[in-house]
Ligand binder design. Structure first.
Ligand code: ZN
Ligand code: ZN
Length: 97
């Protein structure tokens, strides 16, 4: 499956929380859930950074133990976010990808 372009990643980090639909946000850091994973305990979406640095208890539901390795790839959300970023690119920067 296609990955995000550097331009899209840059755009993702430049968006403010107000510009991000709640369902596209990471439950831990509240940024866009780039390369989203789903927590095994509460099925919540998190970004790849938070998946990589997940503590041994879930920051969302406090389930323990939990590990980044148990998180599953959140394919549908990744697709949604890619579409979202493409739309934002057109809207804000006129990038062509
Ligand atoms: Zn995060
Ligand atoms: Zn949880």
């Amino acid at each position: 499956m296609a990955t995000l372009t550097p331009a899209q990643l840059e755009l993702a980090s430049s968006l403010t929380q107000d510009e991000l639909p709640t369902k596209l946000r990471c439950a831990i850091c509240s940024k866009l859930a780039v390369n989203a994973f789903r927590l095994p305990c509460c099925e919540t979406a998190i970004c790849e950074n938070c998946q990589a640095t997940l503590p041994s208890s879930c920051p969302v539901c406090e389930h323990t133990p939990v590990s980044g390795a148990d998180c599953t790839v959140y394919k549908s959300l990744r697709t949604t976010i890619r579409v979202f970023l493409k739309t934002e690119e057109k809207k804000t920067r006129g990038y062509t990808t």
